[in-house]
Design a protein around this ligand. Structure first.
Ligand SMILES: Cc1cc2nc3c(=O)[nH]c(=O)nc-3n(C[C@H](O)[C@H](O)[C@H](O)COP(=O)(O)OP(=O)(O)OC[C@H]3O[C@@H](n4cnc5c(N)ncnc54)[C@H](O)[C@@H]3O)c2cc1C
Length: 389
């Protein structure tokens, strides 16, 4: 079944991996994607929220993978003050198992081979060089050779470590998440809810993302340092018991989200890392779908060109282009995250009280910032820290 050689080997068939594979295959080189699970897109470990703007460069919106269309955010402070912000763009809550599958089909259409139940357990090294991967497929161990390996193997990535890349993330930056998909609840199908404060999600936030009007993803992420003292599951159970007792829980997932900035090294020799494996996650929101697809598209295209031109020095362009397009913005978001997630409940309440004084049609994140500063001048120091420290 498996050829013994491909120009590009992609490990992992999440959104970053299939996008990398597609962009490499579009350069006319041979590409294989190896996915350890049985299905592309399943199991889903995600809140499934994206912006239309973020995914449109890669895939045209299709109702079959859109569970809800979002036009407002409701931010809820520790004292339960609700601040509604109209989103002047469009958001989606996805059906990721279908969305990821469609991304896989686009990669296949571009010419990439995709194999599931193919677990990469090591890199193949010959004469001190990385020449491919070792894979277990259908109970058999095989070797596949390739010129470039793209590690798209998610938050628990081992490809980076196998290649000698430092992939460590500070414990406080690793958000520990847990989420239930619940049914038989009444939710506004067009609004995302975010709860802040120490009661439900210290060092993070709790979300309710609607999937239609009677179902939702309810999850939270708390800083890894906080999770050492009390588990995320106990926080979410506390929330559900209080707000939605007895609600039917259709699925439960847990996982880490690296809310740091991109790894210092995302290319080493002929190995490239993309998506969660490269820590290409928006550190403020924890969203990694669209940024992983951007990382995958840049890496895939460069890999394809490097092979066509037989010029592997081209791979070094990847970190630079990524940094210019997204990475440097993530560095700013990281500073903002560290300030906001450390606000006391009192400060969060004070910001919310100021924000609800703004007429709803004029309320934006920026206007909240401004009023909060006016109402509570000491916040200037907190915000100053965001930008100057
Ligand atoms: C609870 C939770 C909620 C989230 N909510 C959101 C959200 O609302 N919006 C958002 O944008 N992001 C969200 N994220 C983050 C988002 O899920 C990830 O950033 C995104 O999936 C990253 O895509 P990826 O392709 O890099 O990795 P993944 O989607 O994790 O894909 C990696 C793939 O690699 C495979 N793999 C791993 N190791 C191997 C191996 N050795 N051999 C072969 N295959 C392997 C895995 O099976 C997997 O299919 C959330 C994450 C969590 C945990």
């Amino acid at each position: 079944m498996l050829d013994k050689f491909y120009d590009v080997i992609v490990v992992g068939a999440g959104p970053s991996g299939t996008t990398a594979a597609r962009f490499a295959a579009e350069q006319g080189v041979s590409v294989i994607v190896l996915e350890k699970d049985r299905d592309v897109g399943y199991p889903v470990r995600c809140g499934e929220a994206v912006s239309k703007e973020g995914i449109e460069p890669f895939i045209q919106p299709d109702p079959k993978w859109i569970a809800s269309t979002i036009n407002s955010f409701i931010l809820i402070s520790p004292d339960e003050t609700e601040v509604k912000i109209n989103f002047n763009r469009t958001g989606y809550i996805l059906e990721r198992r279908i969305f990821d599958y469609e991304l896989g089909k686009l990669a296949a259409k571009a010419g990439a081979q995709i194999i599931t139940k193919a677990y990469v357990y090591d890199l193949l090294k010959e004469d001190g060089k990385i020449t491919g991967v070792k894979v277990e497929h259908n109970g058999e161990q095989k070797e596949i050779r390739g010129k470039i390996i793209i590690g798209a193997d998610g938050v628990e990535s081992r490809i980076g470590r196998f290649a000698g890349i430092k992939t460590h993330v500070k414990i406080s930056d690793m958000e520990c998440c847990v989420q239930f998909t619940v049914s038989s609840i009444s939710v506004n199908p067009n609004a995302c809810y975010f709860y802040f404060g120490t009661e439900y999600s210290p060092g993070g936030y709790l979300w309710i993302f609607p999937k239609g009007s009677d179902s939702a993803n309810i999850g939270l992420g708390i800083g890894g340092d906080k999770a050492k003292h009390r588990s995320p599951i106990s926080y979410i159970n506390h929330f559900l018991d209080k707000k939605y007792p007895q609600v039917p829980k259709l699925t439960m997932i847990s996982g880490g989200v690296p809310c740091s900035f991109t790894l210092e090294e995302i290319v080493k020799d002929n190995v490239m890392l993309v998506g969660d494996a490269a820590r290409q996650v928006n550190p403020l929101s924890g969203g990694g779908i669209t940024s992983g697809m951007i990382g995958g598209s840049i890496a895939g295209e460069i890999a394809g060109k490097a092979i066509k031109q037989n010029n592997f020095k081209l791979l070094q362009q990847y970190p630079e282009i990524w940094h210019q397009r997204v990475g440097k913005r993530h560095e700013i978001y990281y500073k903002i995250k560290n300030a906001i997630y450390n606000f006391s409940d009192k400060t969060l309440n004070s910001i919310a009280h100021s924000a609800i004084k703004i007429p709803e049609d004029e309320r934006t994140l920026l206007s909240i910032f401004k009023i909060a500063l006016y109402d509570k001048p000491s916040l200037i120091f907190d915000f100053a820290k965001i930008f100057f420290y």
